[in-house]
Design a protein around this ligand. Structure first.
Ligand code: ATP
Length: 145
């Protein structure tokens, strides 16, 4: 199976370094499926679950935004924030979600404030979704870094 090295880097560490056969990301212009030997590109990454195909299955990683670079033999995601599934604190994500929902139900002062709260809600939902997916399908990244 042909693979490409993927790195996901956050501001404080290398979160993941793996050979993958495919990585799917929500890019600034839409969903991108990157296969080995993909045409080089650089684009922003929107908050999403990054899906990776490994030789023994799939994994999903919540990324809150960032930047993607595809080179002939390397794929790099510079993430604003990202966690491996087993690092996600479900209580924290649930509290963050409930806080955001409560704020959205109240009278928010400005459109900017609403966008800010909606972004926080999306981050929490992505984390909960990643955790849920790993609990149902298994977490292949348990031993990573
Ligand atoms: P919160 O409201 O709980 O702070 P947030 O969405 O505002 O969440 P971020 O700004 O996206 O948090 O991330 C800040 C740091 O906290 C990052 O290092 C991120 O990996 C970590 N982080 C955020 N939420 C969680 C979580 N539920 N479990 C583990 N780490 C988390």
């Amino acid at each position: 199976m042909s693979t490409v090295p993927l790195q996901i880097i956050t501001p404080d560490r290398v979160l993941l370094e793996r050979e993958v056969s495919m990585v799917t990301v929500k890019g600034g212009y839409g969903e991108l499926g990157i296969l080995p030997r993909h045409t080089p590109l650089a684009t922003t990454v929107k908050p999403c679950l990054v899906k990776i195909k490994l030789e023994n299955g799939e994994a999903k990683i919540p990324v809150t935004g960032g930047f993607l670079e595809v080179l002939p033999n390397a794929v790099t995601i510079l993430a604003d924030a990202a966690e491996l599934p087993h690092e996600i604190d479900p209580d924290r994500a649930e509290a963050s979600k409930q806080r955001a929902l409560a704020k959205l139900a109240s009278n928010l002062e400005t459109e900017e404030e609403r966008k800010h709260v909606e972004a926080a809600l999306l981050r929490a939902e992505l984390r909960l979704e990643a955790l849920d997916w790993a609990q149902k399908h298994g977490n292949l990244l348990q031993t990573e870094n």
